[in-house]
Design a protein around this ligand. Sequence first.
Ligand SMILES: *Cc1c(COP(=O)(O)O)cnc(C)c1O
Length: 403
Amino acid sequence: MALEWEAGRLDSDLEGVALDTLAVRAGQHRTPEAEHGEAMFLTSSYVFRTAADAAARFAGDVPGNVYSRYTNPTVRAFEERIAAMEGAEQAVATSTGMSAILTLVMSQCSAGDHVLVSRSVFGSTISLMEKYFKRFGVEVDYPPLSDLSAWEAACKPNTKLFFVESPSNPLAELVDIAALAEIAHARGALLAVDNCFCTPALQRPLSLGADIVMHSATKYIDGQGRAMGGVLAGRAELMKEAVGFLRTAGPTLSPFNAWIFLKGLETLRIRMQAHCTSAQALAEWLEGQAGIERVYYAGLQSHPQHELAKRQQRAFGAVVSFEVEGGKDAAWRFIDATRVVSITTNLGDTKTTIAHPATTSHGRLSPQERANAGIKDNLVRLAVGLEDLEDLKADLARGLAAL
Ligand SMILES: *Cc1c(COP(=O)(O)O)cnc(C)c1O
């Protein structure tokens, strides 16, 4: 039975609705089946009514799907939803967070351009810049994240792009995004923000003046450690370039993963709220424990950028790092004594993870580079999940007892 499409009441009217409503409903365009949940289009290509129809769609004269490397309805639904949540004109989904960064630089930069990347970014981001983009004639420098005058001083006439993570991993350092956007724009450069740690539930960089926001959807957007993906969002004119690169080079998001992320976005804000509530409680608790030298969490009064974090973010995130008394051995003893949390460097999962940055995520840096990044041998990073708070405390108490 062929179904007749009756336009009308099947899609929600989202004019003027708030973030929580967008998270649940934006981007969904129901098919003639009138499905309530989002449809998953597992198809690599699309059919045409006639040869002339095929020609018109290939030529771009008529809108419509051609091939899933170019467009896919489930991927598009995810792109529309995240764009709505970030307050962007358009979003472009990618196969991983790293391919989102690849797409960003390939679409916005050319040989001879200069890029500024905050010093404490994700390790693979630095490798991508150092090992690959430099080979193609893109210059890269790394100013310290929060030092605005260092960003000004690092600018050159050919500076094209600023790239930051705020808050940073693992030490929860912030940059004043609005102030940095002004510096970038005064130099004719774009500001891109990796918003992985906050998600649009906690921070919307575009509303603070950033030009492009980037995510590893692998983290909190999925939120349950199942699928890899990434996304860029921003003005249509910037995203057009990203779409061009993506369609040609091909690090496209799978529709199956897009569907997982669509469902992840629906619960994102309440998950983030729960993650942050537990992280705040654990950070405060850890700060009062014998054996803990220092806790890094922007929700603590002791954090030097606590006021900025309150202004810029809706809450303080779920990554809590702390230094234990002693060195590497003490940090390892602490980690090994836990029995509930997972020893892994991933984050953004319902499951709490614990890691030793100096010998894992930052293990390839020289001791001097590690010192510059503020990563000490006694540092432990916790990415707080959704388990019972008292169970997590009891588990960390095992770590404390092992010191
Ligand atoms: C994980 C992560 C990335 C890379 O994302 P993948 O999906 O693993 O490719 C980039 N930035 C940050 C801050 C991350 O945590």
